[in-house]
Design a protein around this ligand. Structure first.
Ligand SMILES: *Cc1c(COP(=O)(O)O)cnc(C)c1O
Length: 380
């Protein structure tokens, strides 16, 4: 192991033979830019999600998908977007890149997703959109209430589902319904294309906007490239970005998609093992889910206070077990420190006491037992 990589890392992307072969096949195919494989990746994502008339636009990253969503939602200077302070920096940056002002809501104490009551308190005449994060793969408990609130007030809802590809509830897969849903296929995500993402939406005209935004505001260029040709004639219709997804990552993503069910299965089994191993330990809270329908991204424990967390993380890492802290609130950063916000008591508690432990696709039972033994030994 090289310096700084623990014996059991937090994340281990699955990059087995079929995934490597997919990358080589795409390279050997002689067209590495966006092309037919990108189109196939989009179609396969749509098929996986289900849901009628949902449209998938593959992007170069989850952040690019979120930024594109904020443009599709019409966010701009003078608008407000309500977003959990408890979110990854990428979510905050993608929203503020639109020029809109961030307004920080608190999260609910169970799923750590946007709290609808907090959102309700923050809605102002300037509010244009609400961002919901499905933390660790568990669909945020307040999502339906927020979708309803948004519908009643004519607001847009951007679901940051970077953690939740493959998660299914009674209402269907995350992304199969709702408003604007964004996925990430970054290095540590459940499905990785090394780097990549997707925006999923329901409106044909908004899909066209997203496709233009994705490739430098050009009109027809990318659909031509999907046919492996560059169009000679083009027009520029709007401000755009270079957010398209090439053939090699798309090919890797396709190989990963084919394995998704086994990834989810194995991760759920690992989570249930952890739940059982940690049940009844004083001062340790396990995730508030039974994992049914969940595509588990991270396994996150909660300890009693920040001091215990520091000691716990030291214990884990000195035993060769990777460990991570939950995000700090956006409101605690320099750049977003002066954003309007609700009382953020849950965010502050969660950001100081959450501990992420290793969870991998197809995780070996020896590794799993080793991690649980090291966790338990801290509390003995
Ligand atoms: C990973 C992640 C993103 C960004 O996705 P990238 O593909 O890394 O750009 C956004 N939000 C959350 C919650 C994430 O975990």
């Amino acid at each position: 192991m090289s310096d700084g990589v623990p014996e059991i890392p937090l994340f281990v992307p699955y990059l087995g033979d079929e995934v490597r072969r997919a990358a080589l096949d795409a390279i050997d195919g002689g067209w590495i830019g966006p092309g037919p494989l990108t189109a196939r990746f989009e179609e396969s994502i749509a098929a996986r999600l289900g849901g009628e008339r949902r449209r998938v636009v593959a992007t170069s990253s989850g952040t690019a998908a979120l930024h594109t969503a904020s443009i599709v939602a019409g966010l701009g200077p003078g608008d407000e977007v309500i977003i959990p302070s408890f979110d990854y920096v990428a979510g905050h940056q993608a929203a503020s890149a639109s020029g809109a002002d961030l307004v920080f809501c608190d999260v609910d104490p169970l799923t750590w997703g946007a709290d609808p009551e907090s959102v309700r308190r923050l809605v102002s005449p300037r509010t244009k959109a609400i961002v919901v994060v499905h933390f660790a793969g568990v669909r945020a408990a307040g999502t339906d209430a927020i979708l309803e609130l948004a519908r009643a007030r004519g607001l847009r809802v951007i679901e940051d589902a970077a953690h939740a590809f493959g998660t299914v509830t009674a209402a269907g897969a995350v992304g199969s319904h709702g408003d604007l849903t964004c996925f990430s296929f970054g290095p540590v995500k459940i499905v990785t294309s090394l780097e990549g993402g997707a925006l999923v939406l329901g409106d044909e005209q908004e899909e066209a906007v997203a496709r233009e935004v994705r490739v430098l505001g050009l009109d027809a260029d990318l659909s031509a490239r999907y046919q492996r040709a560059r169009s000679v004639q083009y027009d520029v219709l709007r401000q755009g970005y270079r957010y398209h997804l090439g053939s090699v990552p798309a090919s890797i993503g396709l190989a990963q998609l084919a394995l998704l069910d086994s990834f989810i299965e194995s991760r759920r089994r690992a989570c249930l093992h952890y739940d059982q191993a940690f049940a009844g330990i004083d001062g340790l809270r396990t995730p508030a889910t039974d994992w049914v329908g969940v595509s588990p991204f991270e396994y996150v424990l909660q300890v009693e206070d920040e001091e215990t967390r520091d000691l716990f993380i030291k214990h884990l890492t000195s035993s060769g077990v990777g460990a991570g802290k939950t995000w700090i609130g956006g409101h605690e950063t320099t750049f977003y420190g002066s954003c309007r916000r609700d009382d953020l008591a849950v965010t502050e508690a969660v950001s100081r006491t959450g501990v992420i432990i290793p969870l991998h696709s197809l995780m070996g039972s020896d590794v799993l037992h080793r991690v649980s033994d090291v966790v338990r030994s801290f509390f003995d």
